[in-house]
Unconditional design. Sequence first.
Lengths: 473, 292
Amino acid sequence: MKRITSLLALFAMLITACGLKVPATIVAGDSQVLDDTVVIDPNTGAVVDTDPGDLDPGDLGDVGDVGDVGDTDDGVIDTAGSIFKSETEGITKDRITVCAHVPITGAAPIPHHENRFGQFYFDYVNQELGGVYGRQVTFRAIDDQYYPAGARKAMTECASQGAFIYFGAAGTDQIVSVAKWAEEKQVPYLHGPTSVKDIGGLHYNVHAGPTYEYQHQLLARYLVKRFGKDVTYGTVRVDSPFFQAGVEAFKAELAKLGATHAVEIKVQKDEKQFQNVFFDLAGVDVVNNFTTPNIWINMMAQKPATYNPWWTAVSPVAGFNIVAAALPDSTKAVVFQHFQPACECQTYRKAAPPPKALPWYDDIQEFLRIFRTYSPEQDPDPDDFDYSSYLSSKGIHRLLLQAGPEPTRTKLWALFDSYKEKATKTFPGCPGDFSRSDDRIGAWSVNIMELRNKTWTQNFGDGRLANLCVDRI
Amino acid sequence: MDRFVNAVLAGISEGATYGLVALGIVLVYKATRVLNFAQAEIATYSLYLVWLMTEPPLNIPVFPAVIIGLIIAGFAGGATEVILRPLSAAPRLTVTVATLGLAFGLGAAQVVQFGPDPHPLPALISGEAFVIARIPFNWGRVLALIITLGLGIALYLFFKRTLFGLGVLAAAQDQNALKLQGVPYNRVSIFTWSTGAMLTALAAMILAPAIGSFTPLWVTQTFLVPSLAAALVGGLTSLPGAFVGGLVVGVAQNLAKFYLGRDLGGAEFAAVFAAILLVLLLRPHGLLGKEA
């Protein structure tokens, strides 16, 4: 249960950085959690900051125009010591290609047309802005079917035609597999959440989203804030080393906050029967269900009727719509979803038109215009994934602009290294850090989603849009 | 003690599911000496059919959809027999391997046709029947218990007390002698394969809602190993043995899960194979099995 969010998160982060003023506390790397929500008055649509934190919605500047990037980088960068097999694979006189593996089908799918993952935005760039330094941008999204071999196959297909940047949307196992593939092939790979422990030490990947360790720390803090430290916490997780680090971080953070983590239960990925799990979960009030959508569905079907804890998880994916439809009405669940952009916690919800008071209202209007003009499907009705795709693609766009008219992979890597705790012209005010060291994360915000009437929603019924803008650890 | 009691009860609850699937395996084996792996995927296909029938635009109620699904499963089982008839003189192992190939072919077709996403299936009777200790027995599992026991006895009597049943048993021993007696062997054979497929399909339709959802190759992935184990433990030639074997396997599996499963992944598989080994060392034909 992990996702496209990464891809989206990466660029969402990049793009949202533009034009954003961030309080000094963030820039300075304050380690305190900024726990803020953007509150919308359901009657007037006005933004009401009733939970003031260091990140004041009033401080949020305009997202900014794509063109407002600043000077391009025409400086010469020495590529003699390049770590990449090719500096300009995927770049021709006329075209730049970026290529992603995405779970269009599989256990946790985002069943969108492939062009909705980014190409619709670049059709706008190509047709209305003349491309990037005269080159047309192609964004290929290839279905990985949510399994590792499928992801590698997708990347191999990308490589057969060449790509400047390779992306991994989501899926722990898929990302780990492709990160190692990228290491073998010496190509740059930007990817979504996984554990730092899994692929730390590799040289060709960049975490584009919060790692599992970080997400679980955030989750622990949020849960204790919401439910208190006097309730009992527990975890059910897939018996896989890729899932272990996140859970260790979860337990450690709970302990630090004085909360009790009573039990950790491992299940096989293909486990179907869970009587022993419920026996061991007896008395646990909040369960971190760090498993898969199939396991969620099966567990809820077999759950004793009298056992009704709060279920929670990080990084659930679109497949969770299938989960929501299958869960009993009485299921209480609150999860993190981090595919939304960072820093200013922009969101878009399909069902509810954004109020004009929303700081990013104009950006949403622009998104709707671009999506409805260039989406591959007739009468498209965009959802929040589409908005994330849009923001992510804006980030890629800015990245490519920043890399200059003669981009190379070494320049790209240098750009990532430069995004550390300082405002840049590409990402003014948002110190998203995409460095390749092991303890860095990129995304700064997660969305909190709660299960209401079989639907994952950020609307908690009182007009609140729940986001958690946090400082990095 | 609490943990032990709950493990045994959970084992009975799950074991009934294995016994029901094992019944179909034993039926076909008893009559043909073939382990028919294809009936598992005929059963999964029948789940997809029931799912399609109960969803829009057809919106057929569950019970008639299940009946239709069972009938189609029966036809598919009979069709399997016809497809494999050219192998009737071949060694039984050859036929078994052929059914395995058929099973995976059907599984691949499911992926292509329906995709890999999980689907829930509406239950014949939903909800919890009762709770003993802390183990809930939902209606699916209770039905599995009742049906396995009842069908096991009914089929036992069928084979022992009816001419047709005796003919089915005789077919397993000597086809030619049966034909010389004027018994329509093909009809007997089709009956056996059809009934086996229907039994497995019935098991799948009862258990899919109880477990939660199904995916391609679901019956094979979920039940093949434990049900085969149940059939071996109970005796490959004993229909009541399928029920007993299912309970033994279910209890062994859950004792391992309850005591070791939290920290030792896969302990339940070791327990299942240990149960097989132990029983077959002591009683090579299974607990209730014997040479036919």
